[in-house]
Design a protein around this ligand. Structure first.
Ligand code: BDR
Ligand code: CA
Length: 309
């Protein structure tokens, strides 16, 4: 299996990404770290521990940085609620965070692993950027960064910027310049990765504890998006995991992506040189299309791997 580190800000779609990762025999979760994004780091850390407990993820966990490298902290209660993961009741954490920081835990896993490790950030890129800044010698130990963030065509938090990149553009800039291979699951593909209300029912019908929670997460998460005009719940973060376990579901283009860190309107924008207008060497594999039904099937099948009620 591919060794991975999950770094996220759960968050409904982060939690569903982790559900997909834990279900797959193709992935080996070596560590989990929290990031500050959808909610404060205290809340996302608590949510991470509750989600790990629900899913039975048995890996070391550490709390991430309390806010972006340079920018002011920004959260998304309108999407994920005051807790950062509103909706169904969750078990209290049966696991505790390590005393080390997220960056220290990532560095430990990377330096101790016999194989290269893939990072899967599904929140702002603060921890990953801090890791690359403090441990540049560990770059060769990173196989790839499969991230959810950005959008070549548009944003969702501003017309130009997607939330994860907008929260910490300086961190994203550092990551895209790092030379580490990147798979970018941006809005171009994640807004096609829609889970429809009919799928919620297929998931609920699976009937185990995880299925019932996931169905409720989808309902909560869809409420916000339905008002915005989406036909289903865009389970953004699960795409960064799906790209590792079912790459055949996606179409991708290699291109150079840069992050706008200045600007009155475009801060946090990811500029993809899709038609090679410059001679900048591609630094990212950008996912552009998905087999929607295949993606939905992947999620339903993932839920079925959890034990019966
Ligand atoms: C991203 O923003 C967050 O609200 C989601 O968890 C996802 O990572 C989508 O723009
Ligand atoms: Ca997220």
């Amino acid at each position: 299996p591919i060794p991975i580190i999950l770094d996220g800000d759960p968050g409904h779609d982060d939690a569903m990404a982790w559900m997909l990762a834990q279900s797959s025999p193709l992935l080996d979760i070596r560590a989990v770290t929290s990031s500050c994004g959808n909610q404060t780091i205290e809340k996302t850390t608590y949510n991470a521990l509750r989600v790990m407990t629900l899913l039975g993820i048995d890996a070391p966990m550490a709390k991430g940085r309390s806010g972006p490298l340079v920018a002011k902290t920004m959260n998304a209660p309108t999407v994920h609620g005051e807790s950062g993961l509103d909706g169904p009741a969750l078990p209290e954490p049966a696991v505790s965070p390590q005393s080390m920081t997220a960056v220290e835990l990532m560095a430990k896993v990377l330096s101790e692993s016999a194989e290269r490790v893939t990072l899967v950030p599904t929140g702002p890129l603060t921890n990953v950027a801090a890791l690359l800044l403090s441990h540049p010698e560990l770059k060769p130990n990173i196989e790839r960064i499969s991230l959810m963030g950005g959008g070549i065509a548009h944003g969702n938090w501003t017309p130009a910027a997607e939330f994860n990149i907008l929260v910490d553009p300086e961190a994203a800039d550092l990551v895209f310049r790092s030379g580490v291979p990147i798979t970018m699951a941006g809005l171009d593909v994640t807004e096609q990765a829609l889970i429809f209300p009919g799928d919620f029912e297929r998931i609920r019908a699976v009937g185990n504890d995880v299925a019932l929670v996931v169905a409720e997460w989808l309902e909560f998460f869809y409420r916000f998006h339905r008002e915005k005009g989406y036909a289903g719940a865009p389970v953004h973060d699960a795409v960064a995991v799906a790209a590792l376990i079912a790459p055949e579901l996606f179409t991708a283009e290699e291109m150079h992506v840069s992050v706008e860190v200045a600007g009155d309107y475009c801060r946090g924008m990811t500029l993809g040189d899709r038609y090679h207008a410059t001679d900048a060497t591609p630094n990212a594999r950008v996912l552009m299309g998905v087999d929607r039904d295949g993606f939905a099937r992947l999620l339903v099948d993932a839920v079925k791997t959890y034990s019966a009620p």
